[in-house]
Design a protein around this ligand. Structure first.
Ligand code: CUA
Length: 303
């Protein structure tokens, strides 16, 4: 068994199986010896207790064997870690942005999606960043996991062996909706992927820009477009409505006009809509002025 070569999923699996096999063997051995000694040295068979004075060979054995076992685990872990960190040349790069509480994938051609779509049999290199807190990007099926840390870019690579759909999770508790950071990895065949890669580009141009921004920025995790309340109030019919908000601890009514929408985007905690938690991040440094205008225009039309 080689820990240090192959693809990340194999490497991680090999190391895991190696450590599990050693652990299970030791568990079985110790359990067997415990039971054996209990019977063998039972009071009935040994009425007079005996004092045992050291045994040099036994002590050497139980020092050397565990040391070798632990060092071999370290060796496989270390060489495996090197494989995980060494991104093959020519890998397909995708940028991943994590934020409370969704993922955004950005491809080399500038396209953005909320599900990760990749070609089969090609090394994929992910560059991960976070907009807010620490998240952890996790694909159980491919045995890879990597923290995303605000203020730095982390990296991860893997290669999918088969076509299919797999789960992507957030493996680090990151707030109220942590469990909603669930999305999919879609592995397409090379041709299917190329078709998708080009078509999706055209597709995206047909979706209204405001809606695309809502999707890309992960707004829809908390705000629905169909009237159902989620963590945040729905955006449907919001414009022109009278909203009850808490401002500086006092309840008041405001008209949801353009100013209100803009304030909600830039200073989301200035007026908190009643019965909702004050958890929305400010879009101040995230959206450009032009994007804010587009977003507001779109929300205004959601009757
Ligand atoms: Cu992001 Cu948990």
């Amino acid at each position: 068994m080689r820990g240090g070569t192959g693809f990340p999923d194999q490497v991680v699996e090999n190391v895991f199986l190696f450590i599990a096999a050693i652990s299970v063997s030791i568990l079985v051995l110790i359990t067997f010896l415990m039971i054996y000694f209990t019977i063998r040295y039972h009071r009935k068979r040994n009425p007079t207790p005996e004092d045992i004075r050291g045994n040099l060979w036994l002590e050497i054995l139980w020092t050397v064997i565990p040391t070798l076992l632990v060092l071999s685990m370290f060796y496989y872990g270390w060489t495996g870690f090197q494989t995980l960190k060494k991104v093959p040349e020519g890998a397909f790069t995708v940028k991943v942005m994590a934020r409370q509480w969704s993922w955004l994938f950005e491809y080399e051609n500038g396209m953005k999606t909320d599900e990760l779509v990749i070609p089969v049999g090609r090394p994929i290199h992910l560059l991960l960043a976070s907009q807010d807190v620490i998240h952890s990007f996790y694909i159980p099926a491919l045995r890879v996991k990597q923290d995303t840390v605000p203020g730095m870019v982390t990296s991860l690579w893997f290669q999918a062996k088969e076509v299919g759909t797999f789960d992507i999770l957030c493996a680090e508790y990151c707030g109220l909706q942590h469990a909603y950071m669930l999305t999919r990895l879609k592995v397409f065949s090379e041709e299917e992927f190329n078709r998708w890669y080009q078509e999706k580009e055209i597709d995206l141009k047909e979706i209204p820009r405001g809606l695309r921004l809502l999707q890309e920025q992960g707004c829809l995790v908390c705000h629905s477009l169909d009237g159902t309340p989620r963590v945040g109030p729905t955006l449907k019919g919001l414009y022109g409505k009278t909203v009850v908000v808490i401002t500086d601890g006092r309840e008041r009514k405001v008209l949801a006009d353009e100013d209100y929408l803009r304030r909600s985007l830039l200073q989301p905690n200035a007026d908190i809509v009643k019965d909702f938690p004050p958890i929305m991040p400010s879009m101040q440094s995230i959206l450009s002025e032009e994007e804010i205008v587009e977003l507001i225009r779109y929300v205004k039309e959601l009757r």
